[in-house]
Design a protein around this ligand. Sequence first.
Ligand code: G3P
Ligand code: MG
Length: 346
Amino acid sequence: TQLQDMAKEKVEAAKNMAFAFDIDGVLAHGNHLIPEAREALKMLNGDNELGIKIPYILLTNGGGKTEESRCDQLSEIMGVPISTGQFIQSHTPMSALSEYHETVLVVGGEGFKSRDAAEAYGFKHVYTPKDILAWDPTISPWRHFAEEDCVGARPTDFSKVKFDAILVFADSRDYATDMQIIMDLLLAEHGQLLTRAKDPISSRIPIYFSHGDMVMPTDHKGPPRMTQGAFRIGVEAMYKGLTGVDLERVIYGKPELATYKYADDVLMAWMEEIHNETRIPENIYMIGDNPASDIIGGNMYNWNTCLVRTGVFQGKDGENDLNSPASMGTFNHVLDAVKAGVRNEL
Ligand code: G3P
Ligand code: MG
């Protein structure tokens, strides 16, 4: 029975820990699996000495499509089922904004997929820069506009539309057009295209960005590539240059506090789903590749943090990040990090 007691204790410890995984640079590179990730997730799904599920969520600054379609895609890549109940992408917490804004411009992502996400969140009228281009291609003077750009666009007379807010959900695929249209709306009289406000500040509509990462890992041979944070700085600088005032904006995603609070709610609901217990595990391990996002955010929220070398961070073995060191140190890949976390608790 001493053995039984020990086993019981271990089971409790397994349910009192949890992992939060970053995706890009930890579990996958774009649509390519990082091979050790599959074994890591299988282990947490119950393929371990206790045969018990160790809770985990995915906390990514990625986005640009619905949670459902991304989870389907991830399940396929990982070869392990990923549920929307354990998944948070950068814009997931922005669903709460649909209570306050009806008509929105959604920027970034492939085709019109960000529109699907915004509609799933309950925003009533969701437009994209491509809808606006299809209405009037001259809005973006240097863009070569082709007929196929109209496929999927919603024919709309934008001279009559009043936007309530701008939501940047993912990387812009056309900086020039997107920045022009964002600037037009920020400078307009209450979010109406073709107008210019006399007093740009009091009639300015709000702008929200889904995350602040400056760079991301890609297939490029050189250093990491620019992402939404760099785009935002461009928007801010243009706005300041044109008006002389700072642009007020809201940023979601890691390392913002709101995202970690949201993650707590998701973890609680997920614990209920897999263990029928209404509580948040006490010992949480964030596994990330970006010190300026995953690690600093996890450290600020008192999670344990593990930095892997398969993404943005490229330090040598034994070297931690100087500005935001991971509390558990660095690892060659996600499986080593998961094993270290499990070893720490069980
Ligand atoms: O930086 C944008 C995106 O690629 C980051 O995704 O999963 O590393 O947070 P993730
Ligand atoms: Mg990452």
